[in-house]
Design a protein around this ligand. Structure first.
Ligand SMILES: Nc1nc2c(ncn2[C@@H]2O[C@H](COP(=O)(O)OP(=O)(O)O)[C@@H](O)[C@H]2O)c(=O)[nH]1
Ligand SMILES: [Mg+2]
Length: 463
């Protein structure tokens, strides 16, 4: 992080041509900057001004809008400026270079505005992480979960859990005062309360898996023997011509990936090299990469066709299936327009009997007339088989980071031992106190600068 006494500046909108661009400045000297660069003598805070932005030689750089925010009523809690310039690369460059010559002003590090906001108690750590996800979000599901984290959802849940643990702590401490009989009813009450939080934490930990899938996307790997029409199918699904299609076996060598938004979920499809024994060393690299990818991902789309049925291809697939376990597989029987289609389907199932229960559809990827109908059929199949089961109540997803998971797990551990230590009031109280600390850490009681840097460096510049 840059020196906290220094002021920082950055372009907060993307670099490039657009209607407007926003450049942010935070720290001491903002007010003075409005005077010198914008010729506004005493800017009213949070008031938008139209002015000419001038360089040191008093030449006009651009006609802009500017807002001055006075500390602590700003995003970072410091004095701040937002300059709305025309979205021109030349203007942006000129303004940034002009700012960089000013004393006490430095380009912001990634996430530094958020970091200052956090240090000035404007936002919690989890809110900063949420805003970072929100900025990067591309699909509706990603937006919903990021919003939960940024705008109160997660904070309220943490508050509720903290209140519950504190309340239990008070009850535990009070048991000392009770008669033996009252003590046992009280303890069974406490047990119930602890159990309720344990259940909540367990459900949140489960939810993290779902959140990760929402943020990282679901990966579907299109694979199979050469020449079955994998690349044709991939191009059809992704509405692209990114994958080369030829009648020559071994055309695709690189892994080609495209991400789509399927009902608010980010879904990435990967086209792969056809699996076969080959002496071509470049194709071999492609096949190795394909096998590795299949081994590492869960959702597999096996493409087969009548003209690809032969002993060698059967063996390649058998070898692969011997290596992999626990995958979700669906089959696309392609080239349904070929004459011996039905027969070949049976042959494939007979050769690979373990696939007999696998769900499948039949397709034709070359007939332009049926293209739209085919796409609908494939999309429906993919949705039913791969997306539906991932669906969760997004409003109940509040955590995403490995950091959150670690604290939740520790909190759970302390709660469980407090449950087991109910008879020893002091020890039980101590476990509850430790559990409480873990929830506070999620919200941001992280005091080691280095650890914070790891978190904030993942963020973008200008945020
Ligand atoms: N008849 C027919 N040919 C197809 C179909 N899908 C793809 N092909 C053809 O099969 C050949 C191999 O296709 P390609 O997509 O490159 O297969 P890949 O090697 O599995 O990626 C090309 O000549 C395609 O035009 C189909 O549904 N029917
Ligand atoms: Mg191909």
């Amino acid at each position: 992080m840059a020196n906290k006494d220094k002021s920082i500046f950055a372009l907060s909108t993307p670099w490039g041509t657009s209607g407007i661009s926003v450049i942010r400045v935070s720290g001491k000297g903002c007010r003075n900057l409005v005077k010198t660069m914008c010729s506004i003598k005493s800017p009213k805070p949070r008031y938008i001004y139209n002015c000419n932005l001038k360089d040191k030689q008093r030449n006009i750089i651009d006609n802009i809008m500017v807002v001055y925010f006075n500390s602590p009523k700003s995003f970072t809690g410091e004095d701040m400026l937002e300059l709305y310039t025309h979205g021109s690369i030349a203007v942006i460059k000129r303004v940034l270079s002009e700012l960089s010559y000013l004393p006490n002003l430095e380009p912001a590090q990634p996430g530094e505005f958020l970091k200052r906001a956090y240090f000035n108690n404007k936002i919690s750590l989890i809110q900063a992480e949420g805003i970072n996800h929100l900025i990067k979000s591309e699909t509706e599901k990603q937006r919903i979960v990021s919003s939960n984290m940024s705008f109160n959802g997660t904070t309220s849940l943490c508050k509720k859990i903290k209140e519950d643990i504190t309340y239990i702590g008070a009850l535990v401490d009070a048991t000392i005062e009770f008669s033996e009989e009252d003590e046992s009813t009280q303890k069974s009450n406490i047990e119930k309360l602890i159990f309720k939080i344990i259940k909540e934490l367990e459900s949140q930990l489960k939810g993290i898996e779902t959140t990760r899938k929402i943020f990282n996307g679901l990966n579907i790997i299109v694979f199979g023997p050469p020449n079955v029409g994998k690349s044709s199918l991939f191009n059809l699904i992704t509405n692209s011509d990114n994958s080369i299609v030829t009648s020559k076996a071994g055309t695709t060598r690189d892994l080609i990936q495209i991400a789509l938004d399927v009902e608010g979920y980010k879904v990435s499809f990967t086209d792969t090299a056809g699996l076969r024994h080959t002496k071509d060393d470049i194709e071999l690299i492609g096949i190795k990469r394909t096998t590795k990818k299949i081994e590492s991902e869960d959702k597999l789309m096996l493409v087969l066709s009548p003209d690809s049925y032969n002993k060698k291809n059967v063996k390649s697939l058998k070898d692969l299936f011997n290596k992999i376990t626990k995958k979700e597989i669906i089959i696309i029987f392609n080239k349904e327009d070929l004459l011996n289609f039905k027969m070949s389907q049976k042959k494939w199932f007979d050769a690979l009997p373990f696939l007999k229960k696998t769900r499948f559809i039949t397709t034709n990827c070359v007939d332009k007339k049926t293209k739209h109908k085919m796409l609908r059929k494939i999309s429906k199949f993919v949705k039913n088989e791969f997306i539906e089961k991932e669906k969760a109540n997004d409003n109940n997803l509040f955590f995403a980071e490995y950091r959150h998971e670690a604290h939740l797990k520790k909190c759970l551990k302390f709660l469980k031992s407090s449950y087991n230590l109910l008879k020893k009031v002091e020890l039980c109280s101590e476990e509850l106190r430790l559990a409480l600390k873990e929830i506070e850490s999620i919200e941001g009681n992280v005091d080691r600068e280095t650890k914070l840097d790891i978190i904030f460096n993942k963020f973008c510049i200008g945020k």
